[in-house]
Design a protein around this ligand. Structure first.
Ligand code: B4P
Length: 190
């Protein structure tokens, strides 16, 4: 079973590359950002809880995220493997994910970290904001906040996977296809 953590700052291209990886490796996609946006659009209680954090570029509390992902993994019993896109975003989430996967005896195969300079991230997100309608892409202030939250709360997750010798850094600047080729080459060695 192939279980991949696709990691990186906001706008690094996690969602973009996930789409291509799912198709190539026939994996199930768990994007916490997409799941929250679905809850938001359906007006669920969970969506209401997540909204104010997302709109301002803060992380949704761990207990909300972890419960949602756990339910999703347990419901997809016929999966050949998973791409975790935008999850885990805190060390607590990473530990919780390991515990859930331990129960099914299918550990994380590896982490792929997309590395993109902050100026490029800001440019991409402001550009996406023009068409996405996403509140969190609408101002430089919100984007700066998301990057700061990434540095403070999410970057330590890469250390967690380095300690397990599962970290693989990839330069996330260049054409979408060339980045996809580099990611695929790393996956072939998992
Ligand atoms: P996410 O939905 O995960 O969004 P993201 O980090 O902004 O996007 P991503 O990296 O996927 O970028 P994309 O491919 O779209 O999170 C949103 C919010 O949800 C978080 O801020 C948080 O509040 C909440 N949340 C989610 N998960 C959570 C968790 N685990 N815990 C707590 N809270 C959580 O690419 C961005 C843009 O760049 C696109 O327009 C794309 O076209 C462009 N692009 C991609 N690759 C490119 C390339 N190579 N060159 C040029 N442009 C490129």
């Amino acid at each position: 079973m192939l279980n991949i953590v696709l990691f990186g700052p906001p706008g690094a291209g996690k969602g973009t590359q996930s789409e291509k990886l799912i198709e190539k490796y026939q994996l199930n996609h768990i994007s916490t950002g997409d799941l929250f946006r679905k809850h938001l659009s359906e007006g669920t209680e969970l969506g209401k809880k997540a909204q104010k954090f997302m709109d301002d570029g803060f992380l949704v509390p761990d207990e909300v995220v972890i419960g949602m992902v756990e339910d999703k993994i347990k419901s997809e019993t016929d999966a050949k493997g998973f791409i975790f896109d935008g999850f885990p975003r805190t060390v607590k989430q990473a530990e919780a994910l390991d515990n859930v996967l331990k129960a099914t005896d299918t550990p994380i195969s590896g982490m792929i970290a997309l590395e993109v300079p902050f100026e490029e991230l800001k440019k991409r997100l402001l550009e996406r904001g023009k068409i996405s309608g996403r509140v969190d892409d609408q101002s430089e202030e919100k984007i700066n906040n998301r990057i700061q939250v990434y540095l403070d709360e999410t970057l330590p997750v890469s250390e967690y996977y380095k300690q397990q010798s599962k970290f693989n850094g990839i330069n996330g600047v260049g054409s979408i296809d060339s980045i996809f080729e580099k990611i695929s080459a790393v996956i072939e060695n998992f």
